[in-house]
Ligand binder design. Structure first.
Ligand code: FES
Length: 118
């Protein structure tokens, strides 16, 4: 296991653990239950976006489909776009996923709109 980052605020009595995989690196995050996955990733400096979509995205409204990640656990989608992503095997929209359980999250390689590292 790599780094461990505690993002919990102390306001919530419940926290969950995320393991975020970025290539060879793994980071464990401790976060308040119920937060939006996209926001947690951004707070931890583990952006789900590419270089270009980091600035040009829909702000978490479930429209642009640029915040995709892979979720290892079986996690039921709520949002229509995320349901389609789940159904067809595309990366899930991190802005539409509430962190309600421990999760393993893979940051996917971005092939359009610039990759993640440049
Ligand atoms: S930020 Fe646009 S769909 Fe998630």
């Amino acid at each position: 296991m790599g780094d461990q980052v505690d993002l919990s605020t102390g306001d919530s009595t419940e926290t969950v653990r995320l393991v975020v995989v970025d290539g060879e690196a793994e980071t464990e995050l401790v976060v308040d239950r119920g937060r939006v996955l996209r926001d947690v990733l951004l707070d931890a400096g583990l952006s789900p976006y590419s270089r270009l979509t980091e600035r040009a995205n829909c702000g978490g409204r479930g429209i642009c489909a640029t915040c995709g990640v892979r979720i290892v656990e079986d996690l039921e989608p709520d949002h229509w776009h995320d349901k389609l992503a789940e159904r067809f095997g595309y990366p899930r929209l991190s802005c539409q996923i509430g962190v309600t359980q421990d999760l393993r999250v893979d940051l996917v390689e971005k092939v359009i709109w610039g990759n993640r590292d440049e």
